[in-house]
Design a binder for this molecule. Structure first.
Ligand SMILES: [Zn+2]
Length: 311
């Protein structure tokens, strides 16, 4: 009987969740399942951006679809930016509301911070807290944030101290963007500690990825860092997990595919890449709910999602 009541309670909670969010959830359970999309939509998006306007006008469009205008500044903002020695962080890309966790002890719950220098964007602390809470249910409780956002001055000092093999020059580290954090464990090295293992297996469900895996050093150009996690958001972390992509590979894949559609936990997502030329605006079909991110190179990624459908 107790089990039944617990089961009902869980169902009620899940049901509540479904009604609650029109926004994307903070976490998912399922994998990505490809959805074959309506070819007409594909036509729309492929035609957009460059010279496709005329062609589109010739098609039978029952009504004029609303458009979203994207300026080329968007290439350097968002959660999918590729930051490395070649592509630096632009000032526009740095996340807002960066807080000192040493001063905001109210935000430090269920994890430790290494010292008084740890800073993170407020939004990222909240996202990390969801992870901590979830890991706690699995008995994994010894997280320690060792580094978060670093301004150019801190990055310069680190680069001088650690050298080029172990640190990036100022402006070329993901830490300068505010989307990455180094997570340690108070019970061992991350590559062996339960915290490291748990994150490696579960971070993707929360929009985070292990940015520099051991088997991708030839692609990332960075040595294995079992502590460095990067926020890319949903559904991207799920797709990356599915294909074992690092960010470099994922961005190439999106550019090649132009549009992918899939479902996670009964919610459909569409991810489209649009090339952008510096100084030129583009116009794309306006989705109801969307998020935009540049790739920091030559285009933008538009992620849209439908309201969740109850299965
Ligand atoms: Zn790091």
């Amino acid at each position: 009987m107790k089990k039944l009541i617990a089961g009902i309670a869980v169902l009620v909670l899940i049901g509540y969740g479904v009604f609650e969010y029109q926004q994307r959830p903070a976490a998912v359970e399922d994998k990505w399942a490809d959805v074959h999309h309506d070819p007409r939509h594909e036509q729309d998006s492929r035609n957009d951006g460059q010279e496709g306007q005329d062609q589109q006008g010739q098609q039978d469009q029952p009504e004029e679809q609303a458009k979203l205008t994207i300026s080329s500044d968007e290439v350097r903002k968002g959660s999918l930016l590729l930051i490395n020695r070649q592509y630096p962080v632009s000032e526009d890309g740095v996340l807002p509301e960066i807080v000192s966790l040493f001063q905001r002890k109210d935000l430090v719950k269920g994890f430790g911070i290494l010292d008084n220098s740890v800073q993170l964007p407020l939004d990222l602390v909240q996202k990390f807290s969801v992870i901590v809470e979830s890991a706690k249910n699995d008995g994994v409780t010894h997280f320690l944030i060792t580094s978060g956002y670093r301004d150019n001055e801190q990055q310069r000092e680190l680069y001088e101290k650690m050298g080029a093999d172990y640190a990036n020059p100022a402006g070329h580290s993901e830490h300068n963007l505010g989307l990455s954090l180094d997570i340690g464990s108070t019970v061992g090295m991350m590559k062996d500690a339960p915290e490291g293992k748990w994150l490696e297996q579960n971070a993707w469900k929360y929009g985070f990825v292990l940015r520099y895996p051991e088997d991708k050093t030839d692609i990332t150009g960075v040595l294995y860092e079992p502590w460095h996690f990067r926020y890319v958001g949903l559904p991207h972390s799920v797709i990356m997990q599915e294909h074992s992509f690092v960010l470099e590979q994922y961005l190439d894949y999106l550019k090649e595919q132009r549009q992918i559609t899939g479902a996670i936990d009964g919610q459909t997502y569409s991810v489209s890449f649009y090339p952008v030329i510096e100084g030129q605006d583009i116009q794309v079909p306006l989705p109801d709910q969307y998020e935009l991110s540049g790739n920091n190179i030559d285009g933008v990624i538009l992620t849209s999602w439908d309201a969740k459908v109850r299965r």
